[in-house]
Design a protein around this ligand. Structure first.
Ligand code: HEC
Ligand code: HEC
Length: 664
């Protein structure tokens, strides 16, 4: 084709364009002298290129899996070949996992999410729930974990193979979408460093627990594969940095090399030393990567996410941010507010009979539980529906109550105050009552001085009590101090117990580190409920299923029948009796229940049980070790004293002899 020359309007633009590009060039040269960020841009690009290559391998492998499954259907491929094809996909996924999960957690869930049906609920407002039935849709599970259950089933019949083919095609779609999004955008250092840190948390809190290997058995070799790209990226940074940043990147490389090697050299699942791996290898790599990120891209810690970017250990007391979970402005955590919340918490004036307070059922010396199977009701006749849960560290959850019905910590206050069997208060009357005390009026004024709504109202009562509950954080147990390397002291039995908890006994697949509750790593944005088939009593020889529907009582989804929030096992030594119904009196009974495979393992019909029903085959010694580990999570370092006195009511003498903490 003949060259026609530039059209005249473009020729006129030429000098302008030239000037612009010169400025741009100068800008780049200048900034590259100023910051490390531009130099590491090359690193980001190399990381992206190798991700694109790994992603296309994953695409090929998932295609191959679909083809192999089709051949299996036609009896032209063996089951072993199908299983091998599955392994290849899983290995390929492990290599891109860190960035797939980081960039698009929802899509990643379609590829490697838990093999459980997904329940979608239309916008639920807890306040209006009693009047409106929420609509619920349940989707069957998809992804690698369901495929694994199918491909490794005892017998793979044609129906199963057909289902597997459908799943394999779904997998292909999800992988295509994922690689598409990677092609469209460059990666930044911030994204890469954050994804590497998240991957370390994922490996420590989930990967080595075998949470995503439901059928084939957890391959610690797969976990090594999941860490390899983290090591690779750290090496790339290390070779492009100098000065302080390089000290951190070198430390990260050294720790990660050892971590990968350790995984490769200790492939046996049951005997893998998770405590050593976590404390001496992975957690120190996390510390180095955190320091590296802060050195390259210093930022203020944001309370708008659960994980504190500045925390140097998974077991730092500030690793998770209470302020995020309480969904309050951090300024709200001022001492005057907590102090007011504490007084209200211990003051029976909140109840209709001026005899019961929050502390009646949440006693500080019992880690804020009450020692009853079910709490004693307001009028001392009968009990409330459920067991009083610990309030220590309860803030670290995205939903509250055994059935997850409250999203905000401050929502549970009206729930309790108004309930006829708890405090039986008329909330407006409580406000009028408190207003009669000049001491209370002063306390509210002090606590809410800078707020527009500095009055004494249901809203300010809720917020003050929530601030107090939010302050009940106790993360200085002997176990925490050992993990943070502040001490070398931790009993041998507790150490073995941690390895069992995170390994053979599979507790850590639901009670996630570091809170050991259902708040899901590595982002901690969701809190799970689970179906264990909890029995009505500890008589395991004659088991009957507890009737409480749990979450399905709030949202009528079959998958959520008998589904309960996974509570923390921190301070479990102080919180007996156990479970939502207090059915188990001692930890040994809890462990026996799990050892049997939960309700279904005991022979009950629990079709939606999410706890595997196979026995754990724990020895007596192993059971003891599990208990010793849970006991090492007791935090006695912080003393939670009741207030010394309660505000007075000058004109209501009858109110002034009320008991601090109320009656029980
Ligand atoms: C009569 C006993 C009783 C009283 C009084 C009581 N609670 Fe509770 N509390 C319970 C029980 C039982 C539950 C679990 C209820 C459920 O899940 O359905 C609970 C649950 C909670 C939870 C949710 C914890 C979690 O991790 O999900 C919080 C927070 C809480 N109470 C705080 C308070 C506060 C604050 C007060 C005072 C305003 C209070 N409670 C008064 C018995 C009581
Ligand atoms: C499938 C998820 C899952 C697994 C696995 C699991 N738990 Fe739980 N755990 C839960 C849920 C959910 C509850 C609350 C059940 C209820 O009240 O109905 C719970 C309750 C508990 C409690 C009672 C806490 C309290 O305050 O009442 C303890 C203790 C406990 N689990 C320890 C363990 C141990 C030890 C293991 C391993 C042997 C384990 N869990 C495995 C989900 C799980």
């Amino acid at each position: 084709m003949a060259y026609k020359g530039l059209p005249t309007d473009k020729v006129k633009l030429m000098p302008v364009l030239l000037l612009m590009s010169m400025c741009l060039f100068a800008g780049i040269v200048l900034t590259s002298f100023k910051t490390e960020t531009v130099r590491t841009n090359q690193v980001a690009d190399t990381v992206r290129q190798s991700l694109i290559a790994d992603m296309s391998k994953l695409k090929q492998q998932s295609q191959l899996l679909a083809v192999t499954l089709e051949l299996l259907m036609q009896e032209q491929a063996s089951l072993e070949q199908a299983q091998e094809a599955f392994y290849q996909v899983k290995q390929a996924y492990k290599k891109v996992e860190y960035m797939a999960e980081y960039l698009d957690p929802e899509l990643a869930k379609r590829i490697n999410g838990a093999p459980l049906p997904k329940v979608l609920v239309e916008e639920v407002n807890y306040q209006t729930l009693h009047f409106q039935k929420p609509s619920v849709r349940t989707f069957p599970p998809e992804g690698l974990q369901v495929l694994e259950e199918l491909v490794f089933a005892e017998e793979v019949e044609p129906v199963i193979a057909k289902e597997a083919i459908v799943l394999a095609h779904g997998l292909q779609d999800a992988v295509s979408l994922l690689s598409g999004s990677l092609y469209q955008q460059p990666l930044s250092d911030k994204q890469i460093l954050e994804s590497l840190r998240e991957q370390l948390v994922r490996v420590v809190a989930m990967g080595i627990t075998g949470f995503d290997a439901p059928a084939a058995g957890c391959e610690l070799a797969h976990v090594a594969l999941a860490l390899q790209p983290v090591l690779h990226a750290a090496q790339l940074y290390d070779s492009s940095l100098s000065g302080k940043a390089k000290t951190y990147s070198s430390k990260a490389v050294e720790q990660l090399q050892q971590a990968v090697l350790y995984l490769q050299q200790h492939p046996a699942f049951d005997t893998f030393d998770r405590l050593y791996f976590t404390r001496e290898l992975a957690d120190l790599a996390y510390a180095a990567l955190t320091a590296l990120q802060q050195e390259l891209l210093p930022t203020a810690a944001s309370v708008h996410k659960p994980v504190n970017d500045h925390a140097s250990s998974l077991f730092s007391a500030d690793f998770l941010q209470a302020a995020y979970f309480a969904k309050q402005d951090r300024r709200e955590q001022k001492p005057e507010l907590i102090e007011l919340g504490k007084v209200l918490f211990f003051d029976p004036v909140l109840s209709a009979n001026n005899e019961r307070s929050c502390a009646s059922c949440h006693v500080p010396s019992k880690a804020f539980t009450d020692g009853q199977a079910r709490s004693i009701a307001f009028d001392f006749k009968g009990t409330v529906q459920r067991n009083s849960p610990t309030l220590l560290n309860s803030v670290f959850s995205n939903a509250y109550f055994w059935d997850s019905r409250a999203i905000y910590l401050q929502d549970q206050v009206p729930d309790v105050v108004v309930k006829s069997d708890e405090l039986h208060g008329n909330y407006e009357e409580v406000v009028l009552k408190l207003q009669q005390s000049s001491e209370y009026r002063k306390l509210f004024k002090r606590a809410f001085s800078s707020q527009a709504d500095n009055g004494l109202s249901t809203n300010t009562i809720n917020r003050a009590i929530a601030a107090y509950v939010q302050s009940l954080v106790a993360l200085n147990s002997p176990f925490d101090r050992y993990m943070r390397r502040e001490t070398e002291q931790l009993g041998a039995s507790a150490k073995r117990g941690y390895n069992l908890f995170m390994g053979k006994a599979a507790c850590g697949t639901c009670h996630f580190a570091p809170t050991f509750n259902g708040t899901v790593p590595p982002r901690y944005l969701e809190s799970e409920t689970e179906v264990l088939g909890v029995t009505a009593s500890a008589d395991f020889a004659h088991p009957t299923l507890d009737e409480d529907l749990g979450r399905a009582g709030v949202i009528p989804a079959d998958a959520w029948k008998h589904s309960f929030k996974t509570p923390t096992v921190r301070n479990a030594a102080l919180t007996a009796p156990y479970m939502h119904n207090g059915a188990f009196a001692v930890l040994a009974e809890v462990v026996d229940f799990y050892d049997a495979g939960g309700g279904a393992g005991l022979g009950l019909d629990v079709p939606n049980q999410t706890l595997p029903d196979s026995p754990l085959n724990l020895t007596e010694g192993e059971k003891q070790d599990l208990i010793a580990f849970m006991e090492s999570l007791t935090d006695t370092a912080t003393v939670y004293a009741a207030p010394e006195r309660l505000p007075q009511f000058p004109k209501k003498a009858g109110l002034n002899d009320r008991l601090i903490g109320g009656r029980y």
